[in-house]
Every structure is written in C-alpha cells, then in structure tokens.
Write a protein that binds this ligand. Structure first.
Ligand SMILES: *Cc1c(COP(=O)(O)O)cnc(C)c1O
Length: 411
C-alpha cells in the first residue's frame, strides 16, 4: 500500500488504526502453497490467534485455508466465519477436559498435548479420532519466550513419553489420526526444522491410522531491511521430498498440514498512529504517539522490532527519535530510530502490524481499542469500529453506595 492510501485511511477512520492489506495475505498464502506444490494433499490452517477479526477469517476461508484454534471461543469464531468443523483444528494447551469435549462435540479436529487429558478423553470418547502434539525437543526459537520445543517447555508430549502414550492408545482403543509438532516461532535454520521433522516421522511410524502430519509453524518473516526470513521455497522442496517418501513407506497418501499465523498476516499490517507531541529532553528527542502498549505490546513484551516510518513527511531530513506512547508506564516502541523529521500531528506507520498486534490489545488506561481496516480490491473496508465509552463501561457493575442500609432483612 502507498503512503497516500494509508494517510487517507488515517484521515477517514481516525487514529490509531490498524490497516491490513488483503493482497499481501493472499500472496503469502500462495507462496506457501506454491512451495509445497509437489505434495498431493496439503492443508494450511491459519493460526487464528495472530489476527482474529471475523472478516480476516472469512478472507482465509475464501482462499481455501482451514484454521488452527487454541480456545473454544476461537472455534466458535471460526464457525461464525463460515468454516466447517472439519476445516478447524483445536490445538489448546493447558485447557480443561470440558473445553476439549465441547470442541469435539462441535466436530472439530482435536489435538491433545497432555497424557493425562489424552487418557481421560480416550476413555470417555474412544470413537473420536485425536491428533497428538509431540515435543521433539528441538531448540528452534528466536527468543526464549517463543521457543516451545525444548526440554523444559510446557508444550507437547515429550518424545520420551511415547511408550506411555502407546499404552494409553492401546488400553482405551482410541484412534490417533494425526501427529503434530509446533517447535516455536522464528525458525531460521531449515536444517533444524528438517531435523525435527525426522523425529516426527520416526514417531509417526508407530501409529497405524494416521490421516495427517502437522508441522505447526514458526516461519520467520523479515522485520527490517536486510532481515533474514525462513526460506519457504527451499523448505518446501526439501520437506516435500521427505514427506512424499515417508508416505510411500507408510503406505498411504497422508495430508501435510501447517498452521502459520505470523507468516500469513504479519507483513500485511500497518499500525497508524498520530504524533501528539515531539519532546526534546537534554539527551533524547521523543516522539509521543496516541497509542501505547495497550494497542501494540510486542516491543515491550518480547522486544520485537517494528519499523516505524513517518508517512506524513517521507522525504524529510532524517533524525534520531525514540518513539514512545501515552501510557503512564514506560512504553517504548523504538529507541533511537532514524526517521524522517517528525512534527506534531504527523502519522507514523508501524510495520509488521498484522500478527499478534490487535489481537493482544487491551483497554489499559481506559483507552479504546483501535479500529481495523481491510484494504481489499483497492478499497478501504472498516472491519472493526473503534471502541467508544460504552465499551469501557459495558460489563462493569455499579454499586449504589448512597442507598440506605437495610437494618434488618428479617421482617
Ligand atoms: C501460535 C501458534 C501457531 C502460529 O505460530 P506463528 O509463529 O504465528 O506462525 C501455530 N500453531 C500453534 C499450536 C500455535 O500455538
């Protein structure tokens, strides 16, 4: 999208506002399916938690994608967006048996990552096929908070517990129809990923009724110029080959599944904020925008980098700014960034604002959550209204403290 288009959106819908480019989403989707074109049955399940607006989900439905969900609410959101239960996989962690049963009742594919839950579920519902999430203990994350494959991670069933798992399957007579891993975000080294895939294939051999093998996600996208990203095309070539020969040995054309969030939506998003004031201190020039970690928490939560551009003055002289928010806590979006000269009222655009941005927004400081706009077919579509004061009060219950105290309830 061009700066002019983004500026017009900020003008029309106000700031701050999230803008998503539908074309970028479909390009990423097609890139992924293209990389695995040699696999006969490929299934992409978009990870809803990255960006869960219902219009985004409908767009993925239109593309032919399925969805990956982590809560019963996401399952219901997917159903509301028009996905069929069989297009939905439920991959929760640490939820109750009841929630898993609710999802199973709706007919979605269950993915279990806990032996105790597996045994309870299998005992009660031996006829419902279940996918199992394996932890291959491969360290593949880019940040300690987002690498979930290592030995002390809470995710998945350890490969060292497979004998126990097989006993549960045998005793309950349940069916395991899928095998899954999700090693963590930011996979840069394809060989690490392929190594983990070997472990998954080895494990898969021990289950006779599989329909699919799910490699989760963790594809890295570029955050700044010169950033390396997961080479999807190379991964596609190498993993397809391994997968096809695994299917041959297994004796069945299985489905190869992925569930990316970030890869599909991160780069589609721009977060537009307005500069309230430029504040010069003795050491720093701060640009203070009409937002904070209530709207975009990733930089503060796990140090993620979002490029910041001054789209109001793209040809201005570059200077160094520390871009901060208006929250009454330290909320630094970017330290000492080289940005085209900023003046009060300028619109700053934060890049890579598609994944884990709006979906992590809150009402902290009693601020409204921003509007969301989808740029589709050369037109801006409002897909979420900015909140209003009613939303802030909606579920709050007021006590009337001036009411006379009842002296006795018993008459
Ligand atoms: C969050 C999550 C994903 C998506 O991860 P990305 O890094 O956004 O691609 C996929 N699968 C599971 C089980 C997840 O929890």
């Amino acid at each position: 999208m061009t700066n002019v288009q983004l500026l017009k959106i900020a003008e029309e819908f106000g700031s701050p506002v999230y803008v998503y480019d539908a074309e970028k989403i479909s390009n990423q989707y097609n890139r992924l399916t293209g990389a695995f074109k040699n696999v006969k049955n490929l299934k992409i399940n978009y990870a809803v938690k990255a960006l869960s607006n219902i219009s985004i989900l409908k767009f993925f439905n239109k593309l032919g994608s399925g969805i990956d969900t982590v809560s019963i609410q996401e399952v219901n959101l997917g159903l509301a967006a028009g996905f069929l239960p069989e297009q939905i996989i439920f991959t929760p962690n640490g939820v109750s048996l009841t929630e898993i049963e609710q999802a199973a009742k709706l007919g979605v594919q269950i993915n279990i990552d806990n032996l105790s839950i597996l045994e309870q579920f299998g005992t009660k519902h031996p006829k419902t096929p279940v996918c199992i999430r394996i932890n291959p203990h491969v360290m593949a994350g880019g940040n300690a908070n987002i690498s979930v494959g290592h030995i002390d991670s809470k995710f998945g069933i350890s490969i060292h517990q497979i004998p126990h798992l097989l006993r549960i399957v045998e005793n309950t007579k349940m069916t395991i129809n899928g095998i899954h891993m999700h090693t963590g975000s930011d996979i840069l080294d394809i060989d690490v990923f392929l190594y983990a895939s070997e472990i998954l294939f080895e494990t898969a051999k021990q289950f006779k009724n599989l329909d699919f093998v799910d490699f989760g996600s963790g594809f890295k996208v570029p955050y700044k110029d010169g950033d390396i990203e997961t080479n999807i095309e190379e991964l596609g070539k190498k993993l397809s080959k391994k997968f096809n020969s695994f299917c041959k040995a297994y004796g069945k054309e299985l489905t190869l599944a992925f569930e990316p969030g970030k890869f599909l939506v991160s780069e589609s998003g721009s977060f537009l904020t307005k500069v309230n004031t430029v504040k010069q201190t003795t050491s720093t020039v701060f640009a203070q925008v009409d937002s904070g970690f209530n709207h975009l928490i990733r930089p503060m939560l796990y140090g993620s980098h979002h490029d910041i551009k001054n789209i109001s003055n793209p040809n201005g002289r570059e200077r160094f700014y520390t871009v901060v928010g208006y929250i009454c806590e330290t909320d630094t979006f970017g330290n000492n960034r080289r940005i085209n000269e900023i003046n009060d009222g300028d619109i700053l655009s934060f890049k890579n604002a598609g994944a884990y941005c709006f979906s992590m927004a809150s009402n902290y400081n009693s601020r409204y959550r921003p509007a969301e706009v989808l740029w589709y077919n050369n037109k801006a579509h409002l897909i979420r209204k900015r909140e209003t004061f009613d939303d802030i009060l909606k579920n709050q219950v007021e006590i009337n403290f001036s009411e006379k105290k009842e002296t006795s309830l018993v008459k």
